[in-house]
Design a protein around this ligand. Structure first.
Ligand code: TSX
Ligand code: MN
Length: 623
């Protein structure tokens, strides 16, 4: 191994020794300590283009943009291969894969042996949260993937500024990542190296003082960009429990009323509920404005100065799902990825631009699909693509359903000026939600903090035909949208939520709401127009925060009266709204029973205050 002089930049002896130890074991050809500069990024991207792995997009249409196609087997997070490793299995809880830390380290250290042969070891120092904010946390990722380096540069504050802090002695989380595909001398590399499924591991070590992330075998998104799900959610949630703050799977938005009063709202929804769309929404209500602070993760602390809960977005970019992102659903996201963006697994058009399903523009006559095959506009439907050159035959998914754009947050046209405030933004409201075609009303406010925690624990989405067949119509619970991301026992996590309610005065706590944009009528049509019209619900949320909303007390919470949601200029009829705001008592009895059942796997670890809240709601429904 040619040990390069740039290791001299690492003056923290502990960091240097750790890098050297891993390099001696993984045996890369060389080591590069990343500085985070544009030049470094450009050179890495150019090298990937030169070896045929990346495609530079049309500089007029998509300046500074690239298309990458992953291996067909490496397209999403791998929950079955994701582990929480701590000494005590019960501390990981029944919803996480667990292995003993010593045993896992033995397995993975063996996998890392020689794994970077023929490759470069990149050292990525990074900050989750603005550089130097007291709420930020540092990490160092060692990786053999240039794709990871470039994506981490967009998604985190990466490079010299973070290294400076670590050199000065700041704490950091140690992260190993390898695609798990060593190159023998003379062996030609493939475009997207990765390991077979049985060798993939995404491991979080969560014992206090032992926090670390070891990832092997996958190059994709949440498996490989270790600052995001692995650090900012799994490791951070475990740290937050210990240190008295919260790491949540939440967007953060700033809402401004026509009276020019601003509110900060966080929201947690399971996947496919449109979190990024809500974070960047264009309100249809005149005079209302939504600006974005973050679209995926919120770190929340009790603030000593304001006495309120404050949220920061630890990320620096958006790693958004491409299909469905359109001028109608999210014009701001489209603008954010107009330039300086990495696209993964979308369609390449003949003019060097990109396309995906439900982009709101007709499919190109010809393109290259995410697998690298020719695809063609369908003759039958101009918004779909097929594999046949004559435009006939079955529709294909020309962009992978989990295809992504990696775009700098600062490019979002409605990024809030507060988005990098080192003190975070004061949280006025927390929304939970899910895709619930029946029973769950459009909006419902918690009576108190414990009720809000109950609401979060009950979140989930109904399983649709697109997923697994034997569960259609059933609710898949995803408490606080954290099921795949909580770094410890979720029953203890509910307890931590309850404890956070004690950290600030009751009147300074955010109000908690449950929303449902996805109710369907008997014919299967959506009853609520959603998207920008959700501003009508947010208006009521603000009125409720001010104590000026028109409300009714119901067995399930505090709800708008039938005329309390502003429908001016909205296609929804008052009759439909009334239905969206009716408590379906029989449906709710089943709902509460479903929540209770979802708690069974936690045994008596479920906090008593939550059991009491469930009993209270049940009793009110039976009255
Ligand atoms: O993101 C969505 N939001 C939040 C927007 C701020 N989606 C897309 C979900 C997939 C990521 C929604 N889909 C929303 C919503 O509020 N609502 C729906 C359901 C829906 C879909 C289409 C229509 C109405 C509702 N109407 C027409 O297609 C004309
Ligand atoms: Mn997410």
């Amino acid at each position: 191994m040619s040990c390069c002089c740039c290791l001299d930049k690492i003056t923290n002896p502990e960091l240097k020794a750790w890098v050297k130890e891993f390099a001696d074991h993984a045996t890369p050809d060389k080591i590069v300590v990343c500085n985070g500069s544009q030049e470094e990024y450009d050179a890495l991207a150019a090298a990937e283009v030169a070896r045929g792995a990346w495609i530079k997009l049309n500089e007029e249409k998509r300046p500074g943009c690239y298309l990458v196609r992953s291996h067909e087997s490496d397209v999403a997070r791998v929950e079955g291969r994701t582990y929480i490793c701590c000494k005590n299995k019960d501390d990981a809880g029944p919803t996480n894969n667990w292995m003993d830390p010593t045993e896992m380290k033995k397995i993975m250290w063996e996998l890392y042996k020689g794994c970077m042969k023929g490759r470069t070891l990149y050292v990525i120092p990074y900050s989750m949260g603005p550089i130097g904010s007291p709420l930020s946390k540092l990490g160092v990722e060692l990786t053999d993937s240039a794709y990871v380096v470039c994506n981490m540069r967009i998604m985190t504050r990466m490079g010299d500024a973070a290294l400076d802090l670590i050199n000065k002695g700041a704490e950091y989380v140690k992260c190993y990542h390898s695609v798990g595909a060593p190159l023998e001398p003379g062996q030609e590399d493939v475009a997207w190296p990765c390991a077979p499924m049985e060798k993939k591991y995404i491991t979080q070590f969560t014992d206090p003082g032992e926090e670390a992330i070891w990832s092997f075998g996958s190059g994709y998104g949440g498996n490989a960009l270790l600052g995001k799900k692995c650090f900012a959610l799994r490791i951070a949630s475990a740290l937050a429990k210990k240190e008295g703050w919260m790491a949540e799977h939440m967007l953060i938005l700033k809402l401004t009323s026509p009276e020019n009063k601003s509110y900060f709202v966080t929201a947690a929804f399971p996947s496919a509920c449109g979190k990024t769309n809500l974070a960047m929404m264009l309100p249809t209500l005149p005079g209302w404005k939504v600006e974005t602070c973050g679209d995926d993760i919120a770190w929340i602390h009790a603030d000593k100065n304001t006495g309120k809960l404050h949220a920061i977005n630890p990320e620096n970019g958006f790693f958004g799902v491409a299909p469905g992102t359109s001028k109608v659903s999210n014009p701001n996201a489209l603008e954010a990825c107009r330039a300086n963006t990495i696209f993964t697994n979308v369609v390449l058009t003949d003019d060097g631009d990109i396309w995906w399903e439900d982009m709101g523009v007709p499919a190109p006559a010809h393109g290259i699909d995410w697998k690298g095959n020719d695809c063609y506009a369908s003759k039958e439907k101009p918004n779909k693509m097929v594999a046949n050159a004559d435009g006939t035959g079955e529709f294909i998914k020309a962009a992978h359903p989990n295809s992504r754009f990696t775009a700098p947050a600062e490019q979002c046209p409605v990024i809030a000026k507060e988005w990098e405030d080192p003190a975070g933004v004061p949280v006025d409201a927390i929304l939970f939600g899910g895709r619930r075609p029946s029973t769950i009303p459009l909006v419902n406010m918690a009576t108190d903090w414990a009720h809000g925690v109950y609401m979060g624990s009950a979140a989930g989405s109904e399983v649709t035909a697109a997923v697994i067949s034997d569960q259609i119509g059933q609710v898949r619970r995803d408490p606080m949208a954290m099921l795949p991301f909580c770094g410890y026992n979720m029953a203890d996590y509910f307890g931590h939520w309850l404890a956070m309610g004690e950290k600030v005065a009751a009147d300074k706590l955010p109000k908690v709401f449950f929303v449902n944009w996805f109710r369907k009528d008997a014919d299967g049509n959506f009853m609520w127009p959603g998207f920008g019209d959700n501003s009508r619900v947010l208006k009521w949320v603000c009125e409720a925060i001010e104590g000026k909303a028109s409300t009714k007390v119901t067995p399930i919470g505090i709800m708008p009266t039938d005329d309390a949601i502003d429908l001016a200029g909205c296609e929804t009829t008052p009759e439909t709204l009334k239905e969206l705001l009716t408590v379906d008592v029989e449906g709710w009895k089943k709902e509460v029973a479903g929540v209770k059942e979802s708690w069974e796997k936690f045994g008596d670890r479920i906090p008593a205050a939550l059991t009491a809240k469930l009993a209270e709601i049940t009793e009110a429904l039976n009255k």
